[in-house]
Design a protein around this ligand. Structure first.
Ligand code: ADP
Length: 482
C-alpha cells in the first residue's frame, strides 16, 4: 500500500545531482515496523561520488559569488516549504525510520529550524580589521566559504542531521554532496525535492545513495572536497578522519555517546523523572544524546525508581503511524539483539528488572521499554551505548563518586544532572567532561545552541553561530606600503 501522502511526488526513487533526478532504483527501503518495502533507491559508488563533487565544484563558483541576501532568501524558501510539507515529510520519516508520527513531525520542525536560523545568520558573517603593527600596514581579516563540503549522515535523525550540516554550509556560500543512511534515504531525497522547488540552484545540494565505503573514501580523498561532516558511529568516524588526513581536510564529527544522567538528593524528583523519560525514550532510545547510564543518589533512589518505572510502564508500543503510540520499532533486528544482549549481561551480573526486559509480543523489531535497577559498573551497559529502550539505574553515595562514575568513559557528548543547590550545580557542570551538560533538563538540542562532543565523541560544533565556523576559512589580507 502506497503512503497516504498529500503530495506523492515527494516520494523519490532516484538521486539528486546537479538539479536532476538520476540513477536506477535497486536497493529497497524497509519499513521497520512492518518489514514491508516502501521504495527503492540507486546504488551509486565511487564514480558517481566523484561526479557529484565536480557538479558541486562548478556550482560553488557561482553560489559563493551570490550576495548573502540572495542565499538567505533561498534558504528561507526551503524552510517555508519544509514547514508547509510537515505532514508528508513526517509520514515518510515514520515509514522508513519508525519513530512515532508526532516525533517525526517534531523532527521536521527541528530540521527546518536550522534552515531558518542559518538563513538569518547568512547575512551576519562579518570580517575584522585589526589595528596594524606598523604605521604603513593595514590588517584585514576576510571570511570566505571553505568550498565543496561532504556530509555522511545517520538514520536516527533522517532530516535534522542533513539540514544541520547543509544549511550553515549553503548559507556562507559552500556547496554540498550528501550521502544519507541506507535505512533512511527517502526523507533526504524529499528534502532535496523541496530545495529544488525553493529555487536553490543546480549543484548546490547533491544527494546520492549507495555504497557507503567507496563513496566516503572518494569524498575524503578528493582534493576538491574541503570539509567532511559526519554523524554516526565512532569507528566509522575514526576511519573517515584517517582518510581525510590524505588531503588535510577539515572534519566535523558527531560520534557516539555514553550519556550519564545524575539525580542528586536535592533534585525535584518529578522533574528528574520527566527529564529522564525525554532523554532516554526519545526515538526509542536511539539517539547519541540519550541517557545511557542513570545514577541516582541513595536517599532518593527508591522514590525515583518507583516513579520512573510507573511512567515507563505506561508507554504505548506500536507502529508509529497509529495514534497514541509513544514507542515505535527499533531500526532493525540487529538493534533488538543488542538491547537483549545488554539486558542478559546485566541480569547475569545481578541487575533486577523493574519493567520490560524482553522482546515485545509485537515481535520483529519491537522491544519492551525496560528499566533495570541494581546496575553496576562491571556490566556491558556501563561501557557501551545501548541505543535502545533500556534504562539502567545505578545507586551512588557522594557527589565526587557521581562525577567520577560519569566521567569514566572515552565518550563525552551529552550529560545531564538534576539538583537545586547552586554551588553543586556549578561544581558538577564544570567537572563533567562533556560537550553538553543538561542541568534540570533532559533536552540539549536546539538550533540556537552549539551541539557537539569532546573526547572520542567528536570534533567541532553544529548549530548556533559556532556552527558556521566549520564552513569558513579565515583569510588575512596584509596591506603594506600605505
Ligand atoms: P550505524 O551503525 O548506526 O548505522 P554508521 O556509523 O555505520 O552507524 O552509519 C552512519 C553513516 O555512515 C551512514 O550513512 C552509513 O552508510 C555511513 N557509513 C558506514 N560505513 C561507512 C564507511 N566505511 N565509509 C563512509 N561512510 C560509512
Amino acid at each position: 500500500t502506497p503512503l497516504p501522502l498529500k503530495d506523492p511526488s515527494l516520494l523519490k526513487s532516484q538521486c539528486y545531482v546537479n538539479g536532476e533526478w538520476v540513477g536506477t532504483p535497486v536497493d529497497p527501503v524497509i519499513n521497520p515496523a512492518t518489514g514491508q518495502t516502501i521504495g527503492h533507491v540507486p546504488r551509486f559508488g565511487a564514480k558517481e561520488a566523484a561526479e557529484a563533487v565536480e557538479h558541486a565544484d562548478k556550482a560553488f563558483r557561482l553560489w559563493s559569488k551570490k550576495t548573502a541576501k540572495e542565499r538567505s532568501n533561498l534558504l528561507r524558501k526551503w524552510f517555508d516549504l519544509m514547514i508547509a510539507n510537515t505532514d508528508d515529510l513526517g509520514l515518510i520519516m515514520t515509514a522508513e525510520q519508525g519513530k512515532p508520527l508526532a516525533e517525526a513531525k517534531g523532527e521536521v520542525a527541528y530540521a527546518a529550524s536550522f534552515v531558518e536560523f542559518f538563513a538569518e545568520e547568512a547575512r551576519r558573517v562579518y570580517g575584522d580589521i585589526i589595528p596594524q603593527h606598523r604605521p604603513d600596514h593595514r590588517i584585514l581579516v576576510h571570511k570566505q566559504p571553505i568550498g565543496v563540503c561532504a556530509a555522511i549522515t545517520p538514520w536516527n535523525f533522517p532530516a535534522a542531521m542533513i539540514t544541520r550540516k547543509c544549511s550553515p554550509a549553503i548559507a556562507v556560500g559552500c556547496t554540498m554532496v550528501v550521502k544519507p543512511a541506507p535505512e533512511t534515504p527517502l526523507t533526504a531525497l524529499a528534502l532535496a525535492e523541496l530545495a529544488h522547488r525553493a529555487g536553490i540552484p543546480a549543484g548546490v545540494i547533491n544527494i546520492i545513495t549507495g555504497d557507503a565505503a567507496p563513496i566516503g573514501k572518494t569524498w575524503c580523498e578528493h582534493p576538491t572536497v574541503r570539509f567532511v561532516g559526519f554523524t554516526g558511529s565512532t569507528p566509522v568516524g575514526k576511519l573517515l578522519m584517517a582518510q581525510a588526513a590524505s588531503t588535510v581536510k577539515r572534519v566535523g564529527l558527531e560520534l557516539g555517546g555514553n550519556a550519564p544522567f545524575i539525580v542528586f538528593d536535592d533534585a525535584d524528583i518529578d522533574a528528574a523523572v520527566e527529564g529522564a523519560m525525554v532523554s532516554k525514550y526519545r526515538n526509542m532510545g536511539q539517539t547519541c544524546v540519550c541517557a545511557n547510564r542513570i545514577f541516582v543518589q541513595e536517599s532518593v533512589h527508591d522514590a525515583f525508581v518507583e516513579k520512573f518505572t510507573a511512567r515507563v510502564k505506561a508507554l504505548k508500543v506500536g507502529n508509529g503511524v497509529e495514534p497514541g503510540i509513544d514507542q515505535g520499532p527499533l531500526i532493525k533486528p540487529a538493534a533488538v539483539d543488542k538491547v537483549e544482549a545488554h539486558v542478559k549481561d546485566a541480569l547475569s551480573k545481578g541487575a533486577k528488572v523493574e519493567t520490560g526486559g524482553k522482546r515485545s509480543e509485537l515481535g520483529h523489531t519491537f522491544f519492551e521499554p525496560t528499566v533495570l535497577s541494581g546496575v553496576t559498573t562491571d556490566m556491558l551497559v556501563t561501557r557501551e551505548e545501548t541505543f535502545g529502550p533500556l534504562a539502567p539505574i545505578y545507586r551512588f553515595k557522594t557527589e565526587e563518586e557521581a562525577i567520577q562514575l560519569a566521567n569514566a568513559t572515552q565518550f563525552g557528548l551529552a550529560s545531564y544532572f538534576y539538583g537545586r543547590d547552586i554551588g553543586r550545580i556549578f561544581r558538577v557542570a564544570e567537572a563533567l567532561e562533556y560537550g553538553m551538560v543538561g542541568i534540570n533538563t533532559g533536552l540539549v538540542g536546539t538550533d540556537v545552541a552549539p551541539f557537539g562532543g569532546v573526547k572520542e565523541s567528536g570534533l567541532g560544533r553544529e548549530g548556533s553561530h559556532y556552527g558556521l565556523d566549520e564552513f569558513i576559512e579565515i583569510k588575512l589580507m596584509m596591506l603594506g606600503g600605505i
